[in-house]
Ligand binder design. Sequence first.
Ligand code: FAD
Length: 277
Amino acid sequence: MSKIELSCEVFPPKGEDFLEKTTKLKSELKTLKKQGIGLVSITYGAGGSNRDNSLYLVKELQKEGFLVMPHFTCICSSTEYIKNYIEEIKKLGIKNILALRGDEPQDIDVCHLDFKFAYELVKFLKENTNFNISVAGYPEKHPRAKTFEDDILNLRKKVEMGANKIYTQLFFDNNYFYKFKEMCEKYNVNAPIISGILPITNFKQLNKMTQMCHTEIPIKLYEKLEKYQDDTNAIKEIGIEYATNQCLDLIKNGVHGLHFYILNKAESASKILDNIK
Ligand code: FAD
């Protein structure tokens, strides 16, 4: 386990009490740091919708000594806007970035389309910065890709343009991940792959997220969660047990790293880390 990279994803708190929420988040992350989480990635709204909150959190976590990786989406952003953002994070001494396209908005026709796909952003970052560039990968295929093969070829393009690590979409069935890894090997996608793990804590939220991400919930797991859907503690316990077994199986099969989607709460990830150490 010692060689495995451990990281987590958080989102920028918002609302009037975002300062309190940020303080709480920092304390949650300190717990996980002690348990070996080496990097914290910070989401970014497509089209820059939460740019200021995202940058604020990047700055706050850096001040506290966390190694951070801001996400950055390029869809609907002009080249000028992207240049400005890059300058801003360069000034902060950022070394890592997750280069994304972002989901297409409904009114795409009124968007800047200087960058249509993530590989274009990767190329731009490679030419204009010294960042370590990471990109997204989809064990269950990106919903917009025509075929799994097309999606893998798109991933290879992102790596060829300069990305040096792949963070996957969350998944629950490790077989999807193993198939994805096999395809990456077959098509010479030469970058380490970090598995995206969601510790389940809430049934309704899980359904919403998996619909958005097009992630399958294995039927046995689904039935168990459905049975206890109104019992928060039971759902958390099921989530911890499931993710623990999922991580142990990935570790046994030589996974490069685990990236926890913690939804700004450390409790479940912390227990999972204890279980797999
Ligand atoms: P791309 O790699 O550009 O691919 C998108 C799709 O287009 C794929 O199906 C690909 O095969 C297809 N494609 C690529 N090139 C072509 C081409 N030339 N012709 C036709 N089809 C093509 N979203 C956010 O808004 N904010 C976040 O912070 C965020 N964080 C994420 C973190 C992770 C780890 C992951 C996995 C996803 C995240 N997302 C986030 C979601 C992501 O923005 C969406 O999934 C988005 O729709 C695709 O982004 P991408 O970078 O994978 O795009």
